[in-house]
Design a protein around this ligand. Structure first.
Ligand code: HEM
Ligand code: HEM
Length: 123
């Protein structure tokens, strides 16, 4: 169950980063002309915050089931980063300052590095 939830977490994180990746691919390879990529990014963006709230719940369940306690661990650091993103994402939605999206993107991408570190730590 811990490992299944781990993969669900990884899937949710991928879905959270997908609008960014699809838009980048569309821009770099298709000069922004690929309609299917545009549509998929827009659809995933609509579900973005729901993925985030589900991830907060599934990651905490996965982590607590794996360790049975809360202590310093790459998994909990990753969870904290997702929590920061949820707070920052909501602030950005309210304030709409362009720099906030840049920070949100940067934290999102650094969560991939922390995920790699997490996977190295548990294997
Ligand atoms: C409730 C939580 C969250 C809210 C309210 C939120 C809100 C937003 C908003 C309004 C945007 C810009 C519009 C869009 O492209 O959809 C955005 C973009 C983005 N979010 Fe979030 N977000 C949340 C959680 C997360 C999490 C947990 C991650 C990843 C760890 C994440 C990663 C990103 C990335 C990478 C982008 C850039 C998309 C792009 O450049 O195309 N977000 N978010
Ligand atoms: C976004 C959050 C998270 C993601 C994407 C994630 C992902 C994963 C994945 C995919 C695995 C399976 C690795 C494998 O067997 O190859 C795993 C295992 C593990 N995770 Fe996480 N995790 C997250 C959060 C957490 C949290 C909050 C903790 C708590 C400290 C945690 C602790 C562990 C432990 C101890 C294992 C090893 C379990 C075992 O082998 O029985 N993870 N994680």
């Amino acid at each position: 169950m811990v490992i299944i939830l781990g993969f669900i977490n990884a899937l949710l994180l991928t879905l959270l980063l997908s609008p960014f990746l699809l838009r980048k691919i569309n821009k770099l390879i298709f000069q922004n002309k690929n309609k299917a990529l545009k549509k998929s990014a827009a659809l995933l963006s609509k579900m973005h915050m729901y993925f985030a709230y589900i991830l907060l719940a599934t990651a905490l369940t996965h982590g607590y089931m794996a360790l049975g306690t809360i202590r310093l661990h790459s998994g909990y650091l990753l969870w904290l980063l997702v929590l920061v993103q949820v707070i920052w994402g909501n602030l950005f939605k309210k304030m709409k300052k362009p720099y906030m999206l840049k920070v949100h993107r940067a934290i999102g991408l650094s969560s991939v590095l922390l995920l790699i570190f997490h996977l190295l730590q548990v294997n």
